[in-house]
Design a protein around this ligand. Sequence first.
Ligand SMILES: O=P(O)(O)OC[C@@H](O)[C@@H](O)c1c[nH]c2ccccc12
Length: 260
Amino acid sequence: MTILDKITAYKRSEVAAKKEAIPVRLLEKFPLFAKETKSLAAALRNSTTGIIAEHKRRSPSKAVINDKVLMHEVVSGYESAGAKGISVLTDSNFFGGSLDDLLVAEKTVSIPMLRKEFIIDPYQIYEAKAYGADAILLIAACLSAEELKQYSHLAKSLKLDVLLEVHNLEELQKSMLPNVAMIGVNNRNLKNFKVSIDISKKLSQEIPTDFVKISESGISDVETIKELRTYGFEGFLIGENFMKTEKPGETAKQFIENLR
Ligand SMILES: O=P(O)(O)OC[C@@H](O)[C@@H](O)c1c[nH]c2ccccc12
């Protein structure tokens, strides 16, 4: 069993319990459900930096990254550093995040927010909307072609941008869908945690230009971004490199200054 299998199995029981506690018809009544969303894809297109800065307390690959900093300080730091979007991990069991983190971020920043979650059920898409997200992540490794189609259609109808994450050509082939705005290449293999930027470079040629191309994970220097831009990437998702420091916002600021 890979870690991804473990996570998705856990998610299925978690979502079943949540559906009982707060059914979709109640989620639809949450005040934030009616909020007008902002497009993350539009914020990244032709941006000079393209940074999506992530809040991540811990991860299965690294254990604790940072559990001392305050959520609102991290995200306000990211916003003033010039990030174009914020990614908030909402999984609690493996990443130490929560939907409350999303609420705090929503109150704190005005740039688009991505709900970073292992989505295996449409319920979680309604939930993202109810807790103030502007965009959701769909992971091709967790979903069938049919599910990807249905889930991206639902997200679009709720005005949430979709970032569809792939790690190889086979996954990419089922991901080039009309309701998907952004395709993200995860440099980290979620089955064994190996990281290689070459995956982004290799897959970049296969991604049509109508998708905003995003490179995710394992990015820790400005040179890598400059290089990835030559492959057509416009968005860069960075977590650990910022979160592992005492002041993630400050670290992001210095990083982004060197990019301009
Ligand atoms: O911390 P990093 O190496 O900068 O990576 C950030 C982000 O790409 C990573 O957290 C991530 C990418 N895809 C995911 C899917 C689920 C959980 C986490 C992720």
